[in-house]
Design a protein around this ligand. Structure first.
Ligand SMILES: [Mn+2]
Length: 309
């Protein structure tokens, strides 16, 4: 890796907010590139309103972006950065939940209209509902693959329907097919709802006892998929920096092989990574998230344009 001094201000990819630098994803390595020539459009959403246990998700996007500056460009197969990464200014998260979700929907719609892939950095899981709405308006037929410790299928939680614990219920309201991976904490009502609505799932216990199947998604699951990755789907041993940790989660390699399994014969139209609540002084979790995102860039990019020999 090259040596770095102070953050380098690159037009369109480094923002100064409250006197602190807000770097673009991997902006230390990338030349300024116009948005039209970037496949991946990173949208930071530092939203935190309904967290129920640990706090700190509002600092997640900045921690991920800062960690991204330490990534190795070569991911073992190619250089995912070559597909182009454009980082947008963060979404304004001041105001009512409905207002913020509308801003997220608008930001994601703009990226989809460019025919590019939106990548949302949360923030609490509620932010995904704004993205679901934009994707639903753009693609008639798509499904959501959810990595999570929790089912997030409650109709309301702590008096609101716009809670992190309800985000997948909002997807069901929009008639979007869902597949859940890594779940290990859900209410009896959520369990019944999964049965009633035939929600596909590969729970953490099933992975833990066996291995990640080479093919996870059923044949009739939509070809277009949006991935919502709640970092608490990972095991707390590698992801302690999250508001509601649960033991028995995915290891790094299980998560990566599950992702490569769901990408088989599917087109990823967007994804988000949510619920990182950085622990001051502990860099591993935020770097883990930056690496996960960059690996996904590689996996998705190579589907579209395989590396040249
Ligand atoms: Mn969640």
């Amino acid at each position: 890796m090259k040596e770095r001094n102070n953050p380098i201000v690159i037009q369109n990819s480094t923002f100064k907010i409250n006197n602190s630098f807000f770097p673009g994803f991997l902006s230390s390595e990338l030349a300024p590139t116009p948005p039209e020539s970037c496949l991946f459009h990173v949208i930071p959403v530092p939203y935190e309103k309904t967290v129920s246990y640990g706090t700190g998700t509002r600092t997640g996007p900045l921690a991920i972006l800062k960690s991204s500056l330490q990534l190795e460009l070569f991911d073992g197969i190619g250089i995912p950065a070559e597909y182009g990464i454009y980082t947008h200014p963060q979404v304004n998260c001041v105001g009512k939940a409905e207002t913020v979700l509308k801003r997220i929907t608008d930001a994601v719609s703009n990226v989809l209209n460019l025919n590019k892939i939106p990548v949302i950095l949360g923030g609490e899981h509620t932010v995904s509902a704004g993205a679901f709405k934009a994707v639903k308006a753009h693609f008639k037929d798509f499904g959501i693959v959810q990595f999570d410790a929790h089912a997030d299928l409650r109709d309301t939680y702590h008096g609101t329907s716009l809670s992190h614990a309800c985000v997948m219920r909002r997807a069901l309201d929009m008639d979007i097919p869902i597949y859940q991976i890594g779940v290990r904490s859900l209410s009896w009502e959520e369990h019944l709802l999964r049965e009633e609505r035939h929600i596909g799932h590969l729970d953490a216990s099933a992975i833990g006892m066996a291995h990640v199947p080479g093919l996870i998604l059923p044949d009739d699951f939509p070809k277009n998929i949006y991935i919502t990755f709640d970092v608490d789907g990972l095991d707390p041993s590698i992801m302690p920096a999250t508001g509601t940790p649960e033991p028995g989660g995915l290891s790094w390699h299980q998560a990566v092989s599950a992702l490569s399994s769901v990408l088989r014969a599917r087109k990823v139209v967007g994804f988000d990574v949510v619920e990182l609540a950085p622990i001051p002084g502990m860099h591993a979790p935020e770097f883990t998230v930056a690496r996960l995102i960059y690996n996904l860039f590689g996996m998705i990019g190579r589907q579209k344009r395989p590396p040249q020999p």
